[in-house]
Ligand binder design. Sequence first.
Ligand code: NAP
Ligand code: GDD
Length: 342
Amino acid sequence: MNERKRALITGITGQDGSYLSELLLDKDYEVHGIIRRSSCFNTDRIDHIYKDPHNEEARLFLHYGDLTDGTTLRRILEEVKPIEIYNLGAQSHVRVSFDSPEYTVDAVGMGTLRILEAIRDYQHRTGIEVRFYQAGSSEMFGKVQEVPQKETTPFYPRSPYACAKVYAHWQTVNYRESYDLFACNGILFNHESPRRGETFVTRKITRALARIVKGMQKEVYLGNLDSKRDWGYAKDYVRAMWLMLQQDAPDDYVVATNETHSIREFLDVAFNYVNLDWHDYVKFDERYLRPAEVELLIGDPSKAKQKMGWEPSVTFDQLVKLMVDADIQALEKSKKIAQGFD
Ligand code: NAP
Ligand code: GDD
């Protein structure tokens, strides 16, 4: 009998971690995730796929750990014995990284190095290959040196977060070349979904819009509306992560839609969809500006398409609308529960 494939995911409670877990469970993997201890439950995004480990059918297992704690990462690797590791854990908010640069760099940059070192030793000792995915970011292109950005475009990071991701990127390349690790960098452009964290601009807008529609909120405060992003759908992007680890050889890939839109355009599509004019609701607060901004991101995903057959399946318009719909539905559901109708 074939033994089930085992994967380990850091950042399993995040947007991408939850979609990737679903995808791997669908492919019959046993999935292990690292979660941080928190004073209240922080597993909302994966509760629907979690089964009590005493249940024979359980295939998703959680382990307490932190990217800043190398000893625990090593212990979990030894216990789980995964054949694939997806390093998605991060303090992933760019604005917050200016407030907490040391912690961000520790978790994002050193955290990646800690895992690479653990894999290097484990693989050397056991001879078992562990394939590694590093969650790189289009933020690494920062002040862009080329349009559109591709795998060979030079990096010019503009935040502590982006600097740490560049460090993690080159360490991943370095471990691949020095120790023959099957290590891949995904250079993923912005990807969103109804599970997107509430303080990223897309979700902040769709969540506020839902509350405005329901008469629960009158305005929303935003920062720079002129920056442009290449926005895709998170479910499409986790498929690219998995594909990278299924190739014959490790490599680095840009994952993007090759379309770019400003925050204003996002507001246009979202508010027009519910027949409102965003100018009546959106207010400016300089608190949401960044010390240095990334003005324009647009990725060229042709390598991912040619080598892995990866393509995005959701358009910008569809993405905005599905997020608006989901936030409105979530409010309706919570209202019903509060009224005891559900
Ligand atoms: P997310 O929703 O912010 O999730 C981040 C995950 O990392 C959460 O599970 C979080 O745990 C965990 N985490 C934070 N600090 C940690 C630490 N010190 N040790 C262990 N885990 C920690 O991010 P995402 O959108 O899913 O993104 C996944 C990865 O892709 C991140 O590395 C991000 O930087 C990168 N990325 C994202 C995008 C994008 O557009 N979404 C684009 C390019 C790259 P808690 O739930 O406990 O907070
Ligand atoms: N968060 C936020 N909140 N952003 C705002 C706001 C606001 O109120 N108002 C305007 N913006 C602008 C930001 O200045 C930025 O130019 C743009 O909206 C997008 O901001 P975010 O949604 O916070 O995402 P990000 O592009 O900075 O970073 C995300 O994508 C990266 C990939 O390019 C994160 O997911 C990163 O982890 C990821 O690496």
